[in-house]
Write a protein that binds this ligand. Sequence first.
Ligand code: CUA
Length: 190
Amino acid sequence: MPYFDFIYGTGWGAFAAMLAFQIPFLIFFLFIVFWKSFVSPKASRSPNKKAAGVEGMWMTVVVALFLAVNIISIQYIPAVSTAQAVQSGQDIQNVDVTAVSWSYEISDREFEVGNPVRFSAKSTDTQHGFAVYHPNGNVLFTMMLVPGMSASSLVYTFQDPGTYKVRCLEYCGLAHHAMSDELIVTASSN
Ligand code: CUA
């Protein structure tokens, strides 16, 4: 199962994850307020040497976690996965996307599992987004399209057959919510 699908698979997953991250901080905060208000309201005199040791250890854990999460997630950065796809030497299917309020012109809407696809996207009127959703509802990638800029491009290799939703994730006016499209991914033919 790729990357936190078990949390984000349902629409409420991100919300639940956010709460799960915040509730411990809230409890800790309330506990400190309660403790310093009623139980031990005087200024604390913690033994400095001992505290320094614990702080050093805690800092090491935080730095190690920071490094680990960054290293593990590097492959999910679109620029990195694009470079990997280009270096693999596979044929890349080129697709042009033009966003215009409030729809997309897409030169090709059908793809095959395992074939890298280069989406080159631009906007001609206002700022739009080009976000592609897996059939299970996860966002696979999103691009911000700024009018007047040359096309942004990104290479993506679809892993599962199905109907993928395209949605605009940059607010672009009255019908922003209705700005969507579909891509069809079929099983590999070779
Ligand atoms: Cu286009 Cu929102």
